[in-house]
Design a protein around this ligand. Structure first.
Ligand code: GAF
Length: 389
């Protein structure tokens, strides 16, 4: 096994060699924001930044986790996971709720008994708090490792559902399923077109390199906290809108229904609903445009998505707006914030020879505005979760 920071952490902390390593990526969302929990459409892709886990079995039914975030191991008998989650989760240090929550959700879903204890050591290069889903990466890596080790035989979509259960119930963040699906199903140079109602997933070729485009991430380094506050509120507004309109989810509201929705809803709820309805349409339009015309033609859809999140859904920030505007001004063909919002990162689709200009423009606008310096880097659509060694 090639030594990695996860295997080194494992042997340093546990004094033995792991029996295997697995990894799962973070994701960027090309388009389709807050549509997942409305049963709608999303088009995310896995990025090359990954969380790696080294695993060794134990014969005492105990799970021990350690990570480069926090080198103090957290230890619990598997039989006690049910006592801790969900009600006593506060007793577990926050990062460890993700892997322990996945173990809990896996055992609950499968009813498996008599599985071995495990030591797990995690190392991640997915930026935390950037809206690039470091949480789905740790969930996907854990779910893949335990699925193989415990011989559960679950498929990637089921593992994504397990990850979402962990996030919703063990961690307590009321998210949809987009991030876990992207992390499990990601493919090189492709995005995953996901129908969040049926969970049908189609691999869509992005062809960025052939179109001479780079996907640039602008991490504002302003941390989001969607477990509370804004994310939860937006979700509640969408549910309220759906219930007034008499549908089970906003997926069932079409563009033609918007005039009626405007008559029935208060202004704020109407704008939240309009974002979801138009964003679903933009995802469908983006998939069609990618397939028929190629990546060079999707820029305006990305930028329109940002405007909708800024003006209707109101989840952007001054930093994200500045990132989008300065990238567009320096030659990006489209740009938008990505992820849950209230901070985190924007993405920009940029002709290869304009990337340095975009980088410089964003840095200079941030400095002139007195914002914290952003981190700007390119990402490549990458492979989803797998066993590494
Ligand atoms: C976060 C959530 F985890 C996703 O489920 C999704 O709702 C996203 O915000 C917004 O599109 O990443």
């Amino acid at each position: 096994m090639v030594p990695t920071s996860a295997t080194r952490l494992f042997s340093g902390a546990f004094g033995t060699q792991p029996s295997g390593t697995w990894s799962a990526p973070g994701r960027a969302n090309l388009i389709g924001e807050h549509t997942d929990y409305n049963d709608g459409f999303v088009l995310p892709f896995a990025i090359e930044h990954r969380t790696r886990v080294a695993l060794g079995s134990r014969d005492d039914g105990v799970v021990r986790v350690i990570s480069t975030f926090d080198e103090n191991p957290v230890e619990l008998p598997l039989a006690q996971l049910d006592e801790v989650f969900p009600d006593r989760r506060d007793e577990i240090v926050e990062w460890a709720r993700y892997p322990l929550g996945v173990a809990w959700a896996l055992l609950r879903r499968t009813g498996a008994t008599g599985v071995s204890g495990v030591d797990l050591a995690f190392a991640s290069d997915v930026p935390v708090g950037a809206g690039l889903s470091s949480s789905a990466a740790i969930e996907g890596a854990t779910a893949s490792a335990l699925n193989d080790t415990w011989g559960l035989g679950l498929d990637p979509v089921t593992l994504a559902q397990v990850g979402r259960t962990a996030e919703n119930e063990a961690v307590g963040a009321p998210t949809g399923i987009m991030d876990q699906m992207a992390s499990m199903l990601g493919r090189t140079d492709s995005a995953i077109f996901l129908d969040c109602r049926s969970l049908d997933a189609r691999v869509i070729d992005l062809g960025f390199a052939d179109a001479g485009l780079d996907l640039v991430v602008i991490d504002t380094n302003v941390t989001h906290a969607h477990a509370t506050g804004g994310y939860r509120e937006r979700r509640a507004s969408c549910e309220h809108g759906a219930s007034v309109l008499g549908v089970s989810a906003l997926r069932d509201v079409g563009i033609d229904d918007l005039p009626r929705a405007q008559d029935l809803l208060d202004d704020v709820t109407f704008r939240r609903v309009r974002h979801i309805v138009t964003e679903n349409q933009r995802v469908l339009d983006t998939v069609r445009t990618l397939t028929e015309e190629g990546a060079a033609s999707i820029g305006d859809l990305l930028t329109a998505s940002h405007a909708s999140m800024r003006d209707d859904f109101e989840i952007s920030t001054l930093e994200l707006d500045a990132a989008v505007e300065s990238a567009l001004g320096a030659g990006a063909i489209g740009a938008r914030m990505t992820g849950g919002g209230f901070g985190g990162a924007a993405i920009a689709l940029v002709p290869h020879d304009r990337v340095d200009e975009v980088r410089a423009a964003v840095a200079s606008v941030f400095a002139a505005s007195g914002f914290r310096a952003p981190t700007v880097f390119t990402v490549t659509p990458s492979q989803g979760a797998h066993r590494d060694g």
